[in-house]
Design a protein around this ligand. Sequence first.
Ligand code: MN3
Length: 214
Amino acid sequence: MTEANTSSIMTITGLINNKIMKHTLPPLPYAYNALEPYIDAQTMELHHTKHHQAYIDKLNAALEKYPDLQGRPVDELLRNLNEMQINDADRELIRNHGGGHFNHSLFWKYLDPANQKDELLVKEIISVFGSIEDFKKQFGESATKLFGSGWTWLVRNGANSKLEIVNLPRQDAPIMSGLEPIFGLDVWEHAYYLKYQNKRADYIAAWWNVLKLI
Ligand code: MN3
């Protein structure tokens, strides 16, 4: 998507096209109250319209001085972060805010109430972790132990194609380290604090009710 750029930071590309490619907030494909009572409408709306939007705004701001990087999909930016000819402070901004944009865009899809159970995935989880219950226990323990802000992910390791549970700090996206995300749980306090306060374990337990994939 594009939008007219009227700011004073006008790049060459911008001058030619009078437009700059910007990252935009993907609409939530279901209502904010669709995940009640497990994830409340107020948390969903703030999380989507304020937190996710803020990552996008800051990503766009970080890209303003790099016309060549504007318009590149966020996953491409994250996979190539270390090869880019940019200064380290901007690399850190793109890592954090690009990661935030990428992770949240996936998160809303994982939570879609219209999702169907993925039978192939279920089989694979059982073969790796023993049972769905064992998997949930292991994933939940990992998410409970994650110190500070970050995400717990079920990923496929690009090196050996195996499913793994990993904790990643802050907004580090799995694809930055060769891991393909299957699904992930946001355990930043902003994802649950209004309803669950300090009880992260209760939020994790409730989350299985909205994840229809397994
Ligand atoms: Mn979040």
